[in-house]
Ligand binder design. Sequence first.
Ligand code: ZN
Length: 342
Amino acid sequence: MREDFGDLHEIEQQAEREAAAAQTPEALEEVRVRYLGRQGLVTQAFRRLGTAAPEERPRLGQALNALRAAVSSALASRADALARDAREARLAAERLDVTLPGRPLAVGRRHVLTRTMEEIGEIFRGLGFQIVEGPEVEHDHDNFERLNIPPYHPARDAQDSFYLGGGWLLRTHTTVVDVHVLDAHRPPVRALSYGHCYRRDPVDASHSPMFHQVDGFMVDEGVRFSDLKGVLIHFARMFFGPDTRTRFVPSYFPFTEPSAEMAISCVICGGRGCAVCKRSGWLEILGCGMFHPRVLEMAGIDPQRYTAFAFGMGVERPAMLKHRIDDIRLFFENDLRFLRQV
Ligand SMILES: [Zn+2]
């Protein structure tokens, strides 16, 4: 009667092969049903145990139990392997490689003119000047008349502006901020402003209708021209280098008396003479002087008691000298190849 049970060893090997070949939990479940299910091969073999000869039953029962244990074990081991594979596949899919270099962020920077103004501001802040701001739209009265430039004055020709109507215009110089500060504060005052200015200049390598200025002044009892020189010489050495020499040449501005222009020894040739300084060895960088008594009077400040010095300079020119830039238009074209260099 042994034939009825088939070759148990062959069933065991076949079950093990099929279990090992199952690629999914579903396929493995099918293998389990095929062998251990209600109609499975192992289950059916147990049913036929009753038909075996009584003396054979103990040995056959033992063999069948061993078969069932072996098939169960093969199924369990394959189930473990499938679960492990699935876990590893999920981990691989979710793998985060912390050793990868980060994606570079595009870090911007402030424009070279902004940095130049802030650098100048820091030098004067160190001398006790407070940094102030003013509007870019001004009234003719403040922009010109309060600075001793009446409507008929020829100085207006050099400062033709963009007019907005009703006496309003885009400011032609940051000197107008001085007027607002004088109105708001009583002496002693030390203030510095910087920002955009506008004049109707045609665009070329050294002119732009929009440009930047720094303007500063100090008003107190006993302020003298020598104070002005000391402050500006200190600035020139801080900004252009400790070996910078300075020269003051008499000049004229409607709102200062006396007036001067300050030149520095050429930063390109060191004063020997070159194309940038037109062979003179000097570069004019700013205008300055003592505030005209009328400017103080119009601000309600007694010129008999108080005196003040003032100075103003373009920002583009010192920036161009410092960074060896030969065309003002480069500042305003937003060409990143240029902006990344300065
Ligand atoms: Zn030179």
